[in-house]
Write a protein that binds this ligand. Structure first.
Ligand SMILES: *Cc1c(COP(=O)(O)O)cnc(C)c1O
Length: 482
């Protein structure tokens, strides 16, 4: 018998499956509800690592779920935790989690075709377009993250500069293209030039001022020098919220320059762009509405569960020309499932795509843009509070101005190697499970870096960071000066 119902992968006993499914849902709701009672992070013990490495063997759903609960859930990075302050990681929400489950159940492929999920993605794109005051002719799609969105922005800029023929001919032997970003830019900008065949040698890293913002005079000079040397400046990548300290480049001034020089302006707003949701912070991003393309993430400040990056491009025609590829099996029709062109696959690298728009749509609908904006400005207020505390504690030293939600500081002690000390403090804080900042290096100084992104973080959590830092700092300096 080839066609018995039992041959499918669906449960044979739906009643038992439902019971287990409800248990799984409860487990994750419990995890979120009581997350503050857990350690922020703890390493996966070797014994469990060894268990995970066993050869594939068939288990029941119950056993597999048990492995998740005992081997994975307690040992993740911990970014859902209010005391997680490492890197720039979003906290996620229970609403986003449920939407992700619904999307997985529907199992829609968002490459294109005539289906409601495509309309949801388009509607989120319209909301995004309005948020950044882009024209109706703009286009955009969800991508994995800002790294991919930066790459797409770079490819659009290249196509505009060299024409669509570059898609056939490549960049040629000596296209002389040059691009510009600041020394504080994210590594994905250089990767975008690398992957687009232009090469990282074409990227000029412009110095930053004391606020860690791109020096406009230096940018202007670099462009003029390159033009005089016969180069073709084609792209400026400005940053709204640098990864190290959260600085915002002077977007309006850079937009003026790009307009005058007819250079594509791409903005890496990975987390910072969503400051547009806060009425108090939005004016700081003045000029973002003049960009040719914007890359940002809903999974950072937007609190949407991973992953949910976005690329918005002002000129949808050019955006489509940079990516659309004819293929017989992707042919469009006026009616039926193959209608509804253009499709998302015409605007990026991916054909099969998940329904990232749904968890974003749920998040924006249920919490509302105002509430999300308040969450964003609250994290900035906590950063201001942390800055004020640091300035009032003699052992602590602020290492960068606090522009948004990131605070870089260090524990200082005369006669001790402070870079060693602060590297150790960050590791010890993480290993304590009490609070988890990350570290970075600013002008040669190792910094304790607290990026406050999570909507669950409160002033008590900031106090905990300070108390634990002081305790560990004192212990390390006493032991090392003995
Ligand atoms: C996080 C970040 C990126 C990379 O984004 P992903 O979503 O991790 O790919 C790029 N630029 C900046 C400024 C960032 O903060």
């Amino acid at each position: 018998m080839l066609d018995t119902v039992g041959d499918s992968l669906d449960p044979k006993d739906w009643i038992a499956f439902r019971t287990l499914a409800h248990q799984m849902l409860d487990d994750m709701l419990n995890y979120t509800q009581h997350i503050h009672t857990r350690p922020v992070w703890q390493p996966l013990p070797d014994a469990l690592k060894a268990t995970l490495r066993k050869p594939l063997s068939e288990k029941t759903l119950e056993q597999t779920h048990h492995e998740f609960m005992t081997m994975m859930l307690p040992y993740a990075v911990g970014n859902a935790h209010p005391r997680f302050m490492g890197w720039v990681h979003g906290g996620g929400t229970p609403v986003g989690m449920l939407a992700e489950m619904l999307a997985a159940g529907l199992n829609a492929n968002l490459g294109g075709r005539n289906q409601a999920p495509v309309e949801v993605e388009r509607q989120v794109m319209r909301w995004v377009r309005d948020l950044f005051q882009f024209p109706d002719t703009a286009s955009g799609i969800f991508v994995t993250g800002t790294s991919m969105a930066n790459f797409i922005g770079c490819l659009c800029a290249k196509t505009r500069e060299l024409g669509i023929s570059t898609r056939k001919e490549g960049v040629g032997d000596s296209p002389n293209l040059t691009a510009y970003t600041s020394t504080a830019a994210h590594i994905s900008i250089a990767q975008a030039l690398d992957m687009s065949g232009i090469g990282t040698n074409a990227l000029r890293k412009i110095t930053v001022n004391t606020q860690h913002e791109m020096d406009i005079t230096q940018l202007e000079k670099a462009i003029a020098d390159d033009k005089a040397a016969g180069k073709r400046p084609f792209l400026v990548v400005a940053t709204a919220g640098t990864v190290d300290v959260g600085a915002i480049d002077n977007l309006d001034a850079i937009a003026n320059l790009c307009e005058r020089e007819k250079i594509w302006l791409h903005i890496d707003g990975a987390f910072g762009a969503l400051a547009m949701l806060s009425s108090t912070l939005a004016p700081r991003l003045k000029g973002i509405e003049r960009a040719d393309s914007i890359a940002f993430d809903f999974h950072k400040w937007g609190q949407v569960p991973y992953d949910a990056g976005f690329i918005l491009v002002r000129d949808s025609t050019l955006h489509q020309q940079a990516f659309a590829s004819p293929a017989a099996y992707l042919q469009r029709q006026e009616r039926g499932l193959s209608a509804n062109s253009p499709w998302a696959c015409d605007f990026g690298l991916d054909l099969s795509r998940s329904f990232r728009a749904l968890k974003t749509w749920f998040t924006l609908s249920v919490y509302g843009d105002e509430k999300l904006g308040q969450v964003i400005s609250h994290t900035c207020q906590l950063a201001q509070y942390l800055q004020a505390q640091i300035q009032s504690i003699p052992e602590l030293e602020l290492l960068a101005p606090v522009a948004l939600n990131i605070v870089c500081f260090r524990y200082y002690c005369a006669g001790v190697d402070v870079n060693w000390l602060n590297t150790e403090i960050v590791i010890a804080l993480q290993e304590s499970g009490e609070v988890a900042p990350s570290s970075t290096t600013l002008n040669g100084c190792v910094a304790i870096r607290a990026a406050i992104v999570n909507h669950r973080t409160t002033q008590q959590d900031i106090d905990a960071l300070l108390v634990s830092t002081m305790r560990i700092g004192a212990a390390l300096t006493t032991s090392s000066t003995l």
